[in-house]
Design a protein around this ligand. Structure first.
Ligand SMILES: Nc1ncnc2c1ncn2[C@@H]1O[C@H](COP(=O)(O)OP(=O)(O)O)[C@@H](O)[C@H]1O
Ligand SMILES: [Mg+2]
Length: 248
């Protein structure tokens, strides 16, 4: 059975200060799978996530979510549904509870104590964390709260930008397990990663970007079988040829 497309992008071009950052991006992204976005620094991975989450409007091209053009959605509601989790946790210097409930309060989503515990449990954190100040948390815990904060708004799509790049092995494993758990709960997940092993562990398909263009969009199995280890390593190492800053 053919899965329906969730996102359809046609000839998306993004220009920033007259430089082409994404060029002629045409892709269909389906529901219920995990898309791993890979490519060298500066290749446009974060920019692509920003386009998908309607934080950035393309210079030209068309993009639809569930068959409706992004510009026809209410931007705030859309960004709640298609939630972009930035690479570096951006939390309010308040308690975990305050951070988790900020979005739901805005949207009139009610949470009782049990539901908050369940949310924390999803990211492997004990209920005692609810009333801790986020400034006292470790990086791994902050990142988990960062993701839980998006999940609190009950999104349909989670866009994760290098969620484990600053984390130790244990926190990385917890987040990878969370991603796999969420997939089972019907979330579409698009995750940018710099880590080949991570891509292998969690992705169903890969999207390879280089210098703002798509090099590959294939299943993880096809990717691993049709490319030599050497070529795959190059995707992760090769520097962008579009003169971009290597500043991610
Ligand atoms: N706001 C911006 N102003 C200027 N250049 C930008 C801006 N955002 C991104 N870029 C440039 O666009 C290119 C792609 O950036 P980005 O999407 O962050 O790449 P990646 O996430 O793959 O490292 C880079 O060359 C980056 O310097
Ligand atoms: Mg980036």
């Amino acid at each position: 059975m053919e899965e329906k497309s969730l996102f359809i992008l046609k000839n998306i071009k993004v220009k920033i200060k007259n430089r082409i950052i994404l060029d002629n991006i045409s892709i269909n992204l389906k529901k219920n799978n995990i898309t791993g976005v890979i490519g060298p620094s500066g290749s446009g991975k974060s920019t692509l996530l920003k386009v998908l989450s309607f934080l950035l409007t393309p210079y030209s091209g068309e993009i639809t979510y569930k068959g409706i053009a992004l510009k026809d959605y209410n931007p705030q509601k859309y960004r709640k549904t298609v939630s972009y989790v930035q690479q570096r946790p951006y939390l309010f210097p308040k308690t975990v509870r305050d951070n988790l409930l900020y979005g739901p309060k805005l949207w009139g989503i009610k949470y009782n104590e049990e539901e908050l515990y369940a949310l924390l449990d999803l990211v492997n954190l004990d209920p005692v964390f609810l009333d801790r100040e986020v400034i006292n948390l470790s990086e791994g815990e902050k990142q988990r709260i960062n993701i839980a904060r998006s999940l609190a708004n009950k999104p349909e799509v989670l866009l994760l930008d290098e969620p484990t790049s600053a984390l130790d092995l244990l926190s990385t494993e917890i987040i990878e397990n969370l991603i796999l758990k969420l997939k089972k709960q019907d979330l579409k997940i698009i995750v940018v990663t710099h880590n080949l092993e991570q891509t292998k562990r969690i992705s169903d398909e890969v999207l390879v970007l280089n210098a703002g263009r798509i090099l590959d969009h294939i299943s993880i199995d096809e990717f691993l079988h049709s490319r030599s280890d050497e070529e795959i390593r190059l995707y992760f190492k090769k520097q962008s040829s579009n003169g971009g800053n290597q500043n991610d």
